[in-house]
Design a binder for this molecule. Structure first.
Ligand SMILES: *[C@@H]1O[C@H](CO)[C@@H](O)[C@H](O)[C@H]1NC(C)=O
Ligand SMILES: *[C@@H]1O[C@H](CO)[C@@H](O)[C@H](O)[C@H]1NC(C)=O
Length: 367
């Protein structure tokens, strides 16, 4: 009882330790990612503004609860844009964040003066905090579709579109960048007007990926390839899989080759083989030194002796069981039938689990 409990306890303990190690592995890079992730100054300012808005909402009901409604309403109105509320918001600023909290705090001091000015002097309906703080005062961001030190507008193409509608302008929304187009997936070119490598033009506005076998194409489908990807060759208008395994020298002598779509793999032969045509010990085509082909597998003389001894043991056991069945038959036929069933099942499973089954061994006895 005591021992079983101890063993259970140890297993439970190991399970927890394993879990801890495993979960640590999973969460560590994630944490690292959050702490070391570089966000630009504009994103940092947005984080601060979002935090401000969060606490603005949180404090919207103020401290006045219960009591005279009219009195309460007038109090609330005077609280809405009061210095008390501003101080409350500023005290909580950034504290709710899990991500980018350090980035947020690093900006609070710099943002304090402009925040106060906006809160006390500006109409929030005519200028929002992001515009006031991030664009106009701290000068970390630009308005949408503007870029660079002095917030120039992103260049438009001849159709008055930004990068053909298929990209963003470099530095967009920040005080950085050079305004050149950064195209979305599938597009390329100065104003993202062309299809990227391995994409074809589906209609005026869209580029679609080529068939997976193509390296460049004129349209959809496997028959539109202009050239083939590595591992495929052009035959009769299609890219067909190259069977790398048809060349006997693709893999090393003690490996076998497996052809895959567009590629191939070399896998090691079973250690009993010298050369082989597939996995496992029964796919050997030749045997290593000291071993010989016997009953379809490579067997050295030691293993052969072991197998023969094992087989002999089993044969004797089976004969013994047969004898018992014969004896039981003399007592009761019904009981004998039952025993035959049990013995048959036993023989079936023990043969299935043995290195080599009796029939193989006997049929190969003289090879
Ligand atoms: C603009 O900047 C990007 C990366 O920051 C660069 O790859 C690109 O060549 C630049 N374009 C011009 C026109 O300078
Ligand atoms: C022998 O190789 C073939 C493929 O070449 C495979 O299907 C079969 O399972 C292999 N035999 C064993 C016993 O692994």
């Amino acid at each position: 009882m005591g021992i079983i409990f101890t063993v259970k306890f140890i297993l439970f303990y190991l399970l927890i330790v394993c879990n801890l190690i495993y979960s640590k592995k999973l969460t560590l890079p994630e944490l690292d990612d959050i702490n070391s992730k570089k966000i630009n100054e504009c994103q940092r300012c947005k984080v601060l503004v979002d935090s401000f808005n969060y606490w603005f909402d949180k404090t919207s009901r103020g401290k006045f609860e219960g009591g005279d409604t009219a009195w309460e309403e007038s109090k609330l109105r005077s609280y809405a844009r009061s210095e008390i509320r501003l101080v409350e918001i500023q005290e909580s600023l950034c504290s709710e964040l899990h991500k980018y909290q350090d980035h947020c705090y690093s900006l609070t001091e710099e943002a304090e003066q402009p925040l106060e000015k906006w809160w006390l002097d500006k109409d929030p309906n005519s200028i929002d905090l992001h515009t006031w703080l991030c664009i106009e005062n701290l000068k970390y961001c630009c308005p949408e579709n503007h870029f660079g030190f002095s917030c120039e507008p992103c260049p438009l193409d001849k159709d008055n579109k930004l990068c053909g509608g298929h990209g963003r302008c470099n530095g967009e929304g920040t005080r950085k960048g050079n305004g050149s187009c950064e195209c979305f997936k599938g597009f390329t070119g100065h104003s993202c007007g062309e299809c990227a490598q391995n994409y074809y033009r589906a209609d005026t506005y869209t580029c679609e990926p080529c068939h997976k076998t193509c390296d460049g194409c004129s349209g959809a489908g496997a028959d539109a390839c202009e050239a083939c990807k590595e591992g495929w060759k052009l035959e009769g208008g299609f890219c067909n899989d190259i069977d790398e395994c048809s060349d006997a020298n693709t893999c090393k002598p003690n490996q076998f080759c497996m052809n895959e779509e567009g590629s191939y793999a070399c896998k090691s032969c079973d250690k009993s083989c010298k050369t082989c045509a597939g996995p496992g010990c029964s796919n050997c085509t030749s045997c290593g030194p000291g071993a010989m082909f016997w009953s379809g597998v490579c067997v050295d003389s030691k293993l052969k002796d072991v197998i023969l001894a094992e087989t002999l043991n089993r044969v004797i056991l089976y004969l013994g069981l047969l004898l018992i069945i014969i004896l039981i038959t003399k007592i009761s036929h019904a009981l004998a039938s039952l025993v035959v069933l049990i013995v048959a099942a036993y023989i079936y499973y023990s043969e299935k689990n043995s290195t080599m089954n009796v029939v193989y061994v006997i049929s190969n006895l003289y090879f």
